[in-house]
Design a protein around this ligand. Structure first.
Ligand SMILES: Nc1ncnc2c1ncn2[C@@H]1O[C@H](COP(=O)(O)OP(=O)(O)OP(=O)(O)O)[C@@H](O)[C@H]1O
Ligand SMILES: [Mg+2]
Length: 157
């Protein structure tokens, strides 16, 4: 299933992330696409809250991965901006994290396309103007970890 919505504010993007966080389960990989400043990190802050995480979220630009623990499931937040090959990717621990049974959120998934699992959920964010973003959520593949019908129903048209 695939749906595109327009977010008119940070708050709306946050809410969308929150709803996705409520609908995903162990083993979900959420791949983010979109330019610098599109709103990926912002969306993931909502996602973390939707998973019940109470702490701060922050961009993993330098750490490459942040772990948000203590919610319904752990959330592992990656930034693949600087990842250019398989060796780089292995060094982030990406494949080890996939085994841990949490949820993965991956910024700059463009850079690791070949490593994404078949059941990936893709979130593409496009800047329309200062406050507006076009956000597409796409989970076309068969996906046992994602309650997609409930999610797509709640996000409206
Ligand atoms: N509707 C909106 N949704 C999300 N962010 C918005 C929106 N309107 C404005 N913004 C602003 O856009 C910026 C998004 O920044 P954010 O760090 O989330 O982008 P990013 O896609 O993670 O960028 P990067 O590739 O640098 O990590 C923030 O400054 C935020 O305040
Ligand atoms: Mg970011």
């Amino acid at each position: 299933m695939k749906k595109t919505v327009i977010s008119h504010s940070e708050r709306e993007t946050d809410r969308l992330g929150f709803l996705l966080g409520q609908a995903v389960n162990s083993g979900c990989v959420i791949a983010f696409y979109g330019d610098l400043g599109a709103g990926k990190t912002h969306f993931i802050a909502g996602l973390a809250k939707g998973l019940g995480y109470k702490g701060e979220t922050y961009s993993p630009t330098f750490a490459l991965v942040n772990e948000y623990l203590g919610g319904r499931l752990p959330l592992y937040h990656f930034d693949m901006y600087r990842i250019t090959g398989w060796e780089d990717l292995y060094s982030t621990g990406f494949f080890d994290y996939m085994e841990l049974g949490g949820v993965l959120a991956v910024e700059w998934s463009e850079n690791i396309e070949a490593a994404l699992p078949e059941n990936v959920i893709r979130v593409t964010i496009r800047r329309l103007d200062d406050q507006s973003r076009e956000i597409t959520v796409d989970s076309t593949a068969e996906n046992a970890c994602f309650k997609e019908e409930a999610f797509f129903e709640t996000i409206g048209d």
